[in-house]
Write a protein of this length. Structure first.
Ligand SMILES: CC(C)(COP(=O)(O)O)[C@@H](O)C(=O)NCCC(=O)O
Ligand SMILES: [Mn+2]
Length: 907
């Protein structure tokens, strides 16, 4: 999902004074007043055009602050043009080996004076959601870790980002601590005590210590409720995400494997009990392992285990029973009868055993023991689920397999071990949650979007530390690799999943590739908290909804789409660089983008589930996000403009032609037109090749001439029956539009016009942000205005919908009721991808859906790659031309350029 443009929301406890006049000040103060806690607020003396800045809280630059839009509004938007710093706060978990940081940042998005948005909000009754009651929403949560022995790097990072300056006070607002007072940061873990003085000395902050167990549980509860793909099973190298029903989460057993092991029965939020534990944990593995193998680090020890064969040192059932199973009690010959048991009967010294074998034997001994005790405790309390977390696991495939095997073995397949993607961050997240009233615990799954910035493929392994924030930093980072001549494929390779070992009694089947010892670091993105996102209300069964049609867990499929995207890359970079004027800077960014995206692909090829459950839509979105990260805002801008102009020039002729037809022929021609015009897709290799062969209009004509029914999927007659055979027109249709140019101008707009003519309100649903050559919601009003010049139906409807400037004046006058037409409106969909995940859409779209009884999804991305199997509460028409041979074969047993017209009446 793309980052939505948010209205800026002023941090409420910032003391401000501007020179820009009382009006703004009053508005801001009003805002503060509404939030309630300004009674004892000190007012700073006006100093220049500045603000009172307290040393221990984030600084808002209110210079040139201005009210946007109507200053009479109860809740005016205030633009802070000079405010650029992230507003942040932070919580820590300082463990023996790692320091985990969770910090929040909110960059104030600049509002765009988008009148369409304002009118549509009025019309559809969209509110600002619930963000007013939650001070921190609308920002991002970052997860970073450092090695504890490098605590100074961590302190430098906190200081450079000024994370220590913004805590949250007891009202839940960013803290407003007077300059001479201590700022307080929530912290958990032993280091919160050990390093308290150091934090005081270096940063002038006090650490407010939170109980570790409380934090673990709070962190786990939040993750399990708020992150869709948080929990997974890991058996025999195969990772599978488990959908947790929020209403059926409790009770569960949380097993935290640190140096020692805690087993916590969690009954509800804040209600838990440490029911058991074991002193044989991660510390035991590392301690014994270090003594026995002379390994220098935990990671090295884990890595050794990957190449070990524990049969040389463990006593197996077969060793006792002369190679036979002890079948009477169900033990196979390869079952470990006694860990390290062989060492007693052999005349070998420590040096005679391979460190690899010792490490594996130890790992199994400890993991099995933990798995067994955990299961027994789950059994003791009748708990169905066991979640494992803690630094011992650190995303290590073989460790997870071993624990899973033990739970499976002892429970005779009744119980399953589950792991958490954010396992290392439970404590830090819990400490963050302990700030009061931040609203985080009220967030719903659909309001969280996880993104993986460029750093994601690189920041694992031995590299701990800050994500690369600044664009220049990122590019330099890439260039460093180029200079070194290092091929950037995910640089810390691990054995491909599936070969990570059986975890059972066999030896690991990994072929000895280097282990990514800290893979968990890579599996954690930045969590964007977007309170305005909603579940699309017309989904028939939101719980069962799965946006992706193509299952990328099929390796062939994965390989195919990765190749398609890799091959498309040079062309995309050319377009992106050209869209930014082809400057040296643009070339440098283009190059960095290509490398970053390739690295993501390589990382995902190696471990498809690294970023959560992977579908084709995620890959296509990742590409757009990656472009935006390197500041390519609209790579196809000029192509879109050119195609819009060419298509608008022939629109009047097309409309005339349509108007001369009978109703029935016209409806067919219109649907044909949509399908034919969907050929303008700059994301399809085949189509782009085609564009060299003629002008836009020639290609459009060719495509229309080739239209032949029956289409490969052809429900047109049923649709026609509903449209023409039913005297009652649809009340409101949502048209999910796709590409710019002919697609929107000659395809979807004429279809919209037909619906309007029949008395159906039409809402054009378009992307919030650019993706390939897709038309955006921002671009649509101009296109509609151009088209309306040639068409009365469109003009009146657009006026009624507030899309034309004159109409807006009417609307503001309150004269919309006098309009003689049903409205044509535009809403943004909340995303910036060629596909759409209907679990996370804009509040505008959700509001527009309330009265809709027909939805039309158009294009491969929205109707085939995603939503092909989606069911809706209202009538749905899915229209697309299949511009990829493989997809055509797979989805509709057809061939490239076949068409889909799937009509599904309300279910
Ligand atoms: C990116 C797209 C989903 C966009 O298609 P659209 O939604 O515009 O019809 C599509 O072009 C696509 O799947 N392209 C990759 C496959 C190919 O090049 O054949
Ligand atoms: Mn498209």
């Amino acid at each position: 999902m793309a980052g939505l443009k948010e209205d800026p929301f002023l941090e409420t406890n910032d003391i401000i004074e501007t020179r820009e006049g009382a009006e703004i000040k009053d508005a801001v103060i009003d805002k503060l007043g509404e939030e309630g806690s300004q009674g004892d607020r000190e007012m700073a003396p006006p100093a220049g055009n500045s603000i009172h800045r307290s040393g221990s809280r984030p600084q808002l630059d209110l210079s040139k602050a201005a009210i946007q839009g109507n200053s009479e509004d109860r809740d005016p938007t205030i633009l802070l043009p000079n405010q650029s710093d992230d507003i942040s706060h932070l919580a820590l978990d300082i463990g023996g080996s790692l320091i985990k940081l969770v910090y929040f940042s909110r960059h104030e998005d600049r509002p765009i004076n988008d009148r369409r948005k304002k009118t549509v909000k009025e019309r559809l009754g969209v509110s600002n959601g619930n963000r007013r009651s939650y001070p921190i929403l609308g920002g991002r949560l970052h997860f970073v870790k450092f090695e504890t022995r490098k605590i100074n790097e961590c302190l430098d990072f906190i200081s450079s980002k000024q994370l220590h300056l913004g805590g949250i006070d007891s009202h839940g607002w960013l803290s407003e601590t007077p300059a001479n007072c201590n700022a307080v940061i929530k912290a958990t873990g032993g280091g919160a005590y050990k390093f308290a003085e150091l934090f005081k000395e270096r940063l002038g902050v006090s650490l407010d210590k939170e109980d570790e167990m409380d934090c673990l549980v709070a962190g786990a509860n939040f993750l399990l409720k708020a992150i869709r793909h948080e929990a997974f099973t890991h058996m025999e190298g195969h990772k599978e995400f488990v959908q947790i029903d929020q209403n059926d989460l409790f009770p569960y057993l949380l097993v935290n494997i640190g140096s020692g092991v805690s087993m916590i029965k969690v009954d509800s939020d804040g209600k838990f009990e440490r029911v058991s534990g074991t002193n044989v944990g991660g510390g035991t593995y590392w301690g014994l392992g270090r003594l026995l193998t002379k390994c220098k680090s935990f990671d090295e020890l884990l890595e050794l285990s990957q190449r070990g064969d524990n049969r040389t040192i463990d006593m197996l059932v077969g060793d006792i029973y002369g190679g036979m199973d002890y079948s009477k009690i169900g033990l196979s010959a390869s079952t470990i009868a006694s860990s390290f048991g062989k060492a007693i009967s052999e005349k070998k010294e420590l040096e005679d055993y391979r460190p690899e074998d010792i490490s594996l034997s130890l790992l199994r001994m400890i993991s099995y023991n933990i798995g067994q005790i955990s299961y027994l405790n789950a059994l003791r309390f009748g708990l169905k689920r066991i979640f494992f977390g803690g630094f011992f696991i650190r995303g290590h495939a073989y460790t997870m397999d071993t624990i899973s095997f033990a739970v499976h073995f002892w429970s005779k397949g009744e119980a399953q071990a589950m792991f958490l993607r954010h396992e290392g961050f439970l404590g830090a997240l819990g400490a963050f949650m302990s700030y009061e009233k931040h609203g985080l615990d009220d967030l719903m799954v659909h309001q969280l979007v996880e993104r993986f910035p460029m750093g994601a493929p690189y920041t694992g392994g031995k590299i701990h530390g800050p994500p690369l924030g600044d664009l220049n930093e990122k590019i330099s980072w890439m260039e460093k690799f180029v200079l070194k001549g290092t091929e950037i494929t995910a640089p810390v390779p691990m054995a491909p999943s599936g070969t990570t070992g059986l975890g059972g009694f066999e030896v690991p089947s990994s072929k000895g590739g280097t282990l990514r010892s800290d893979a968990s670091a890579l599996n954690v993105g930045v969590l964007h908290l977007v309170p305005t996102l909603e579940v699309f209300p017309l989904l028939a069964d939101p719980k069962m909804y799965e946006p992706n049609t193509i299952d990328l867990s099929d390796h062939n499929e994965l390989e195919y789409w990765f190749t398609v995207l890799s091959e498309h890359l040079p062309d995309l970079v050319d377009k992106a660089v050209a869209s930014e004027g082809g400057t040296d800077d643009a070339k440098r960014r283009g190059d960095a983008f290509a490398r970053a995206f390739s690295a993501h692909l390589a990382r995902l090829m190696e471990e498809p589930a690294a970023y959560g459950k992977l579908g084709l839509a995620n890959l296509l979105e990742l590409r757009e996000e990656c472009l935006r990260e390197f500041h390519f805002v609209d790579a196809y801008r000029s192509i879109k403009q050119r195609e819009n102009e060419a298509s608008l020039a022939v629109l009047p002729d097309l409309l005339m032609e349509l108007d001369s037809m009978t109703e029935e022929t016209r409806l067919l021609t219109l649907v044909e037109g949509v399908l034919a015009a969907n050929i303008f897709d700059w994301g399809s290799r085949a189509c782009v090749d085609l564009y060299h062969k003629g002008t836009i209009i020639e290609i459009y004509r060719m495509s229309r001439n080739k239209m032949q029914r029956p289409w490969r999927v052809d429900d047109f007659d049923v649709f026609k029956e509903r449209m023409l055979g039913n005297p009652c027109p649809h009340k409101r249709a949502l048209l999910f539009v796709d590409n710019s140019g002919a697609d929107i101008v000659l395809g979807m707009l004429p279809l919209a016009r037909e619906l309007l003519r029949r008395g159906t309100e039409v809402v054009l649903v378009a992307n919030s942000l650019p993706a390939l050559n897709d038309v955006t919601a921002m671009e649509l009003p101009d296109i509609v205005a151009e088209a309306a010049k040639h068409c009365d139906i469109l003009r009146r409807a657009a006026e009624a919908g507030g899309l034309l400037v004159d109409a807006m004046i009417n609307t503001l006058d309150g004269s919309k009721e006098n309009s003689s037409s049903v409205p044509l409106m535009v809403v943004e969909n909340g995303c910036g991808s060629p596909c759409i995940d209907l679990r996370q859409v804009s509040s505008e779209l959700a509001a527009a859906a309330k009265d809709a009884d027909l939805i039309i999804l158009e294009g491969m991305g929205r109707a085939l790659h995603t939503n092909f199997n989606a069911r809706f509460k209202c009538d749905a028409l899915k229209l697309a031309m299949v511009k990829n041979q493989r997809l055509a074969e797979k989805l509709i047993k057809g061939k490239i350029y076949d068409c889909v017209c799937r009509y599904e009446p309300a279910s």
